[in-house]
Design a protein around this ligand. Structure first.
Ligand code: NDP
Ligand code: MG
Ligand code: MG
Length: 331
């Protein structure tokens, strides 16, 4: 088992006396900044004018432009959307960094794929909580935390690793455990997970199941319950206790069917295609496609989103969820 870091492993209080700027106040930004502030750190927000800026002010933060916040800070955590980071970095962050400052990320994309190349005299680290920002904040407020990964890309001062560890403690993650990774490993595995399994794999598996039932003449509403709605119950069990707990809880009929039919759907060639997806991530082909599309105004992104939003399963689900107001209650 890889080493897990806890509170007692953070021996150097590397953020003490440092001015911290969190750039962006969205999902991750609000959670990092509020948790760090509650742990006694000096945090300001760098953001463009707009909804997030108003929210940060409401939450009691001093809010500046990205350039001004960077100028004031020793440590700058960049938590704006990945596709916008390169432009904002070049225009507002890089010109305002001084030798010995640190920049940090919540995901390794731009550093790993080279769309941001920091100067050699800057520390570069990452802290990536393994959950959405709202959970990061909610667990912290309850006295717990979401685990996090950290990595150091560039250690100009000799303090980069201490800073990264202090940050994991600042956001609360060392209460439950923190793992070390590299920018390469975090970026490639994160992209693979979301593309092949969590997001791309799951949505397309569910849609294919829905279409199979509807095309065979079953009611779309019944198909929705069987292939989408009940997915949460199954995933929750896997989340709590792995495949074993899930298979223990389902009926023997369901478990038997799992063993017989799972391998007929997820055949060995599915893994071959997963390897192709991984190759596109590793070679940078996916990053290039995403970045080029962003630069062109995201035409492919918007077309693919519109196509998916038009799928029958979405309209059927919207109606059925009206019967189930509990699905939107916080668990
Ligand atoms: P969000 O989309 O939730 O928030 C982005 C924030 O950046 C908003 O406050 C937005 O403000 C601001 N912003 C956008 N463009 C600019 C700009 N040009 N100048 C200044 N501010 C800007 O992002 P996430 O929190 O989801 O993602 C941030 C980073 O965290 C990414 O690197 C992501 O990969 C990583 N991450 C995200 C996770 C998640 O669960 N969401 C999990 C782990 C890592 P406005 O309101 O004005 O648009
Ligand atoms: Mg991701
Ligand atoms: Mg059933």
């Amino acid at each position: 088992m890889t080493k897990v870091y806890y509170d007692q492993d953070v021996t150097v209080k590397a953020l003490e006396g440092k001015k911290i700027a969190v750039i962006g106040y969205g999902s991750q930004g609000h959670a990092h900044s509020q948790n760090l502030r509650d742990n006694g750190n000096d945090v300001i927000i760098g953001i463009r004018a707009g909804k997030s800026a108003d929210k940060a002010k409401e939450d009691g933060f001093e809010v500046f432009s990205v350039a001004e916040a960077t100028k004031q800070a020793d440590v700058v955590m960049i938590l704006i959307p990945d596709e916008q980071q390169a432009e904002v970095y070049a225009a507002e962050i890089a010109p305002n960094l001084e030798a010995g400052n640190a920049i940090a990320f919540g995901h390794g994309f731009n550093i790993h794929f080279g769309t941001i190349t920091p100067a050699a005299d800057i520390d570069v680290f990452m802290v990536a909580p393994k959950g959405p920002g709202h959970m990061v904040r909610r667990q912290f407020a309850k006295g717990s935390a979401v685990p996090a990964l950290f990595a150091v890309y560039q250690d100009a001062t000799g303090n980069a690793r201490d800073l990264a560890l202090a940050w994991t403690q600042g956001v609360g993650a060392t209460r439950v455990g923190v793992l070390e990774t590299t920018f390469k490993e975090e970026t490639e595995t994160d992209l693979f997970g979301e593309q092949a399994v969590l997001c791309g794999g799951t949505t397309h598996l569910v849609q294919a199941g829905f279409e199979t039932l509807v095309e065979a003449g079953y009611q779309p509403e019944i198909a929705y319950f069987e292939v989408l709605h009940e997915l949460k119950l199954i995933v929750d069990l896997m989340y709590e206790g792995g495949m074993e707990k899930m298979r223990y809880s389902i009926s023997n009929t369901a478990e038997y069917g799992d063993y017989v039919s799972g391998p007929r759907v997820i055949t060995p060639d599915v893994k071959d295609r997963m390897k192709d997806v991984l190759t596109d991530i590793q070679t940078g082909a996916f990053a290039k496609r995403f970045t080029d599309d962003y630069k062109a105004g995201f035409p492919d992104f918007h077309a693919m989103r519109a196509k998916q939003q038009g799928h029958q399963i979405e309209a059927v689900g919207a109606e059925l969820r009206k019967m189930m107001p509990f699905v939107n209650e916080q668990q």
